[in-house]
Design a protein around this ligand. Structure first.
Ligand code: NAI
Ligand code: MG
Length: 353
């Protein structure tokens, strides 16, 4: 099988870190003849928008649909209003390709120091709902430009949407002998949508009698995550809560430069998408100082999804060896290596395994 991968580098540091991700994939293909891939790069970014007044061609989604996976950098540029790349590129891909599970591992890699003193290694998965919830464009504004102005923004929670997300998380929990799933909620204050959320999670949980489900209010949960992050294994969260929890989680395990994500279509009738959780970082772009590890780890998640857990493990060992070695780290990890040097060091580790 030759895997076909669509590559969307995006803006800012996106192309810089994606370059390192591609180097790693190529290195794997070089050392393992059973792994073959072809990639096509689509420069659907802010330059494209400024030229064509859209983020991707009219047939963009049907083009992407035929790929085995999408490898995404980051998007966003000061010249384009913030909501445009999100609502015209990222959201259409996530929603149309039914990538309703956003998996974000919060894992303290070997050699990474956490800013807090946890009583053990931090290693949990956040399953974030990725296709509905608070990130909706339903709503509107009334009485604009008056002192009476009102904005209404609707959250969409569907029983099916929560069930499928929760099922995926519980499935993982069962396979990995996880005893407890934490449900991030706020149904005490958000009484309609979060109540339905809790009920749907509970319903799924009832099919897994050996796994306990604990509802924790999101405000308390963020405090607990700082106080005892090592006690968590699996968290299910809505789109907004999951977004916030995972940036907090990223900070606990070394920062945005070390945090990957997978936008998964569990049915596999559409491609899934793999991207770091960070954005295009205009403050550091063009300088080759961005950390490529989040992007390379995202490549490892992609390999796992494509059925090559063996290659994914090789990549993770290579990343951890480079971090532990401390010699080729980018400035966010206290070193002075350039982006490509970190990528090269990881490739070298792969060649030596
Ligand atoms: P950001 O994640 O780009 O940057 C936040 C901070 O983290 C910055 O100080 C940046 O330098 C640092 N940082 C991020 N990635 C890093 C890396 N790999 N290595 C070292 N340092 C890193 O978030 P920000 O600044 O809020 O947004 C910048 C642009 O990115 C905006 O246009 C935003 O809309 C977009 N964005 C895009 C996302 C995506 O493509 N999925 C996700 C988040 C933001
Ligand atoms: Mg975010």
């Amino acid at each position: 099988k030759i895997y076909n991968i669509a590559v969307l580098p995006g803006d800012g540091i996106g192309p810089e870190v994606i370059n390192e991700g591609m180097k790693v994939l190529q290195a794997l293909a070089d050392v393992d003849s059973t792994f073959k891939f072809e990639s096509t790069t689509f420069n659907w970014n802010s330059d494209y928008y400024l030229k064509h007044n859209r983020m991707m061609p009219e047939d963009g989604l049907s083009t992407l649909q035929h790929y085995d996976a999408i490898f995404f950098g980051a998007i966003g540029d000061r010249r384009v209003p913030e909501h445009i790349p999100i609502w015209e590129l990222i959201m259409p891909i996530r929603k149309n390709f039914r990538q309703y599970v956003n998996l974000r591992p919060i894992k303290q890699l070997r050699g990474v120091k956490s800013p807090i003193n946890a009583n053990g290694p931090i290693d949990f998965y956040v399953y974030r709902e990725n296709a509905e919830g608070e990130y909706s464009n339903i709503g509107g504004r009334l009485y604009q430009q008056t002192d009476e102005e009102i904005a209404i923004q609707n959250t969409v929670i569907t029983k099916k949407g929560v069930r499928r997300l929760a099922s995926y998380a519980f499935e993982y929990a069962e396979k990995n002998h996880v005893k407890k799933v934490v449900n991030a909620t706020k149904s005490n204050a958000i009484v309609h949508s979060m109540k339905l959320w809790d009920e749907a999670v509970e319903e799924v949980a009832s099919s897994y009698p050996e796994i306990m489900v604990e509802d924790v209010y999101i405000d308390a949960l963020v405090a607990h995550l700082v106080q005892r992050p090592e006690t968590y294994e699996v968290i299910v969260a809505s789109n907004l809560f999951g977004d916030i929890l995972t940036d907090l989680g990223a900070a606990l395990v070394g920062g945005l430069g070390l945090s990957p994500s997978a936008n998964l279509n569990p049915e596999r009738n559409f491609p899934s998408m793999f991207e770091p959780i960070h954005g295009s970082a205009p403050d550091i772009s063009g300088k080759q100082i961005a950390n490529p590890i989040a992007q390379i780890w995202s490549a490892a998640l992609m390999l796992e999804h494509l059925g090559r857990k063996d290659l994914s493990s090789i990549v993770m060992t290579a990343i951890e060896n480079v971090i532990e070695d401390k010699k080729v780290l980018t400035p966010d990890l206290g070193g002075n290596a350039r982006t490509f040097e970190t990528g090269d060091a990881i490739v070298q580790q792969i060649n030596h395994q």
